[in-house]
Design a protein around this ligand. Sequence first.
Ligand code: AHR
Length: 475
Amino acid sequence: MIYGHFAEHLGRCIYEGFWVGEDSPIPNTRGIRNDVVEALRKIKVPVLRWPGGCFADEYHWKDGVGPRAQRPARINTHWGGVIENNHFGTHEFMDLCEQLGAEPYIAGNVGSGTPQEMMEWIEYMTSDANSTLANWRRQNGRQAPWRLRYFGIGNENWGCGGNMTPEYYSDLFRQYNTYVKNYSGNRIYRIACGPNGGDYRWTEVLMQRVGRRMDGLSLHHYTIPTGNWGRKGSATQFGEDQYHGALRRALEMDTLIRRHSEIMDRYDPEKRVGLIVDEWGIWTDVEPGTNPGFLYQQNSMRDALIAGLTLNIFNRHCERVRMANIAQTVNVLQAMILTDKERMILTPTYHVFEMYTVHHDATLLPTDLECADYVYQDHRIPGLNVSASRNAEGVIHVSLCNLHPDQPASLTAELRGARPSRVQGRLLTAHSVQAHNTFDRPDRVRPVPFHEARLTENGFAVTLPPRSVVVLALQ
Ligand code: AHR
C-alpha cells in the first residue's frame, strides 16, 4: 500500500481527470476515462484515497448518490469556489476502484458531519442486510455490498478539518469511531488523523488517548522547494538553490518517520498501528495562467527524483509505514498524469512508480550505503539514495537515485547471501533536472534500458548518470 494514490475533488483531478461523464466524446467506461484507467493499471495502484483532503470534511455523501440529474450543486469552498455537481459520488468512486483493481480508502467527514452520517455511509456501502440503507444502495444500482477496508476518521483535523487540538480530536475520534461498524463480515482498518509534519505532540497525544482504538495514524508532509508556502517556487523554472532545497526537504520524510515512530514505539512496541503517509509530494506554485485554487503544476525530472527517494524511504520503513498516498493522481500537485481535454501525458513521477512496481509485495532487504554528499552552499545531503527487495521468485531489485544534478556516481555493492548470475537495469534521466513532458513532447522523460551495471565477484558495480533513477534486477 506504500505505492498508493490520492484523488480529491480539487481542480481537474476528479472532473476532467477521471470523470468525463457517459456522454463525453472522450472514450470512457460508465463516465470514467479509459486512457487514464489504462495508464494507472500499469502502475498497479494498490489503494486510492478519496474524496479529500480538505474536501472530505465538507463532503456529505448523500449528495453524491441517486440519479445524477437530481444531485445537489454545492460550492467547493476550499478549491476555487467552483460548483460541485456531485456527479462523481460513492458509486462512481467504487466503480473507479474496481476498474483500477485498487482498494478504496475513504476519508470520512468529522469536521462538519455527524457520527450518524458516517455510520449510515458505512452501512450503505458495506451491509448485506435487508435494511433501508442497503436497499437504497441496491435501488441505486449496486446489489452486492462493496468491500471497504480503509476508512479515515477525518482529514487534517488540526487545520482545514476543524482546527482542533489533539486532545479534542482524540475525544471526537473515540466518539465517531464507535459508530464505524463492521457490517456483513467487512472489517474496517481505522485511520486517525495524524500530525502535520513535525508536530510530535499530536502523535504523543493520539497514541496516549486513542491508542488501540485506531489501526493507523496518518502523516502529511509536502515538499515546498523554497520552504515558503507564500512563494513555493516554480515547477519547471528553478535554479540549483530550489533544486537542492526541494531534495533536502523531501529527505526530511526520513526524519519525520523515525521520530514519529519512536513515539509510536513507546506505546505500541509491536508496531500494530501503521503510520499512514496519506498525503505527500512536491507542492510548487501553480502553472502560470491557471486557477490558483486548482493546484495544477508541471512535473519534472526533479519530481521523479523526489518520488524515487521518497519511495526508497517508505520501503526502508515498511515495518511501520503501511500505506502512503502521493498527492494527487491526475492534474493536481505531484501528479502521475496530466490531461488536456482528450489528450493525456505521463509525468516523470509516473515513470518512477512504474519502475518501482517490482518492489510491490516483495520483502525488504536491508541496505547500508556509503556515498559522497551532494553539497550546495552550506547545505549537504547524501548524493545517493537506495532501497532493495527480493520478490517471490527470488529476484533482487535495487532502486538507486543519483541526486547530483551534473555528476555521475560510481558504486560498488557487496551482496551478502546472494550470488546472482545476471543483472539488468532500467534508467530514468533527462538532459536537465527541469526537463518535463508536454502535450507536444510527451516522451522527453521516459525510462530506457540501462547497461552500465555489471556483476563482480561479491556483488555488482554500477555507474549512475547524474540526476537519475535506476532500478536493477539481479537474478
Ligand atoms: O492535497 C491538497 C490538500 O493538502 C489537501 O486537501 C489537504 O489535506 C492538504 O492540506
